[in-house]
Design a protein around this ligand. Structure first.
Ligand SMILES: Nc1ncnc2c1ncn2[C@@H]1O[C@H](COP(=O)(O)OP(=O)(O)OP(=O)(O)O)[C@@H](O)[C@H]1O
Length: 258
């Protein structure tokens, strides 16, 4: 099933002095159930802006964007909120967990907005999800007591607890070391495999991008599909074969873009 269909999508904003700024233009993108899509691009190329459109946090100013068969501009903000809440899960670089709340409370939070059975069974569903990400013994732990990798696991459990059909990951491994990052990606992928969800990952780590089966690059607001699997898998191999943490994501990008 087609989850996202973007045709000629653009996003333009007005700067404080009234001048228009085009952040994205002419974006064509199809995302189907089960797809693994990566989007790389330099800082400022429009990655977060595109993810915000795909996640229905913003609407395009040009072109048409349809999400799960709905034209997002016709949905209205209430309709977009409902569709996002039930069908889209976000994983961010900075985890964005609620401080002072336990892992269980964090993962339950999205279920407070769901109806019926899911709402009443929320504690059990959240506990099972934490078990699934390997944190069954840490239900009562607060984020400040968890490592970065563990916090990201809680964030993944929270993002996926409602079994979204589209998972949007914005630099999901950006705050983690290479090994923990690879583990976290495997976890997201395996949970996505179980539900047939599509995964769109924004990253500037080419080793992470290489894990996808469709590769895109944003260049100054324009999206290009790249057949650079050879390039990225070469980088992935290099990244995996070295335990040297000095091979940072930025080095990988510079190496590939140069
Ligand atoms: N609401 C806005 N008003 C003005 N400029 C904006 C707005 N949103 C984004 N921009 C500009 O658009 C460009 C793209 O921003 P975006 O955050 O999408 O880039 P990015 O590729 O995600 O960057 P990074 O990797 O650094 O997070 C940037 O130059 C940014 O300053």
């Amino acid at each position: 099933m087609r989850l996202v269909e973007a045709r000629g999508v653009g996003r333009r904003v007005e700067l404080p002095d009234g001048a228009p700024l085009t952040i994205l233009s002419g974006v064509d993108l199809d995302v189907d159930e089960g797809d693994r899509v990566s989007i790389v691009g330099r800082s400022g190329s429009g990655k977060s802006t595109l993810l915000n459109l795909l996640g229905l946090l913003d609407v395009p100013t040009e072109g048409t964007l349809s999400c799960l068969g709905h034209d997002v501009r016709r949905l209205g903000s209430g309709g977009r909120d409902r569709l996002r809440g039930s069908e889209i899960g976000f994983v961010f670089q900075q985890f964005n967990l609620l401080p002072g709340r336990t892992a269980l409370q964090n993962v339950q939070a999205p279920l407070l907005y769901s109806g019926g059975r899911e709402f009443w069974r929320r504690e059990r569903i959240a506990a099972e999800m934490l078990e699934r990400v390997g944190l069954g013994a840490r239900l009562a732990a607060k984020p400040e007591r968890l490592s970065g990798g563990e916090q990201q696991r809680v964030a993944i459990a929270r993002a996926l607890v409602r079994k979204p059909r589209l998972i949007l990951a914005d630099e999901p491994t950006g705050a983690l070391d290479l090994e923990t990052g690879a583990e976290v990606m495997s976890l997201i992928e395996s949970v996505a495999d179980e539900t047939g969800a599509a995964l769109v990952t924004i990253t500037h780590d080419l080793a992470i991008a290489a894990r996808s089966n469709r590769h895109f690059r944003l260049v100054a607001g324009r999206l290009e599909e790249t057949d650079d699997s050879a390039e990225t898998s070469g980088v992935a191999r290099a990244a995996r074969s070295t335990a040297d943490d000095s091979l940072e994501a930025d080095d990988l990008e510079t190496e590939a873009v140069a």
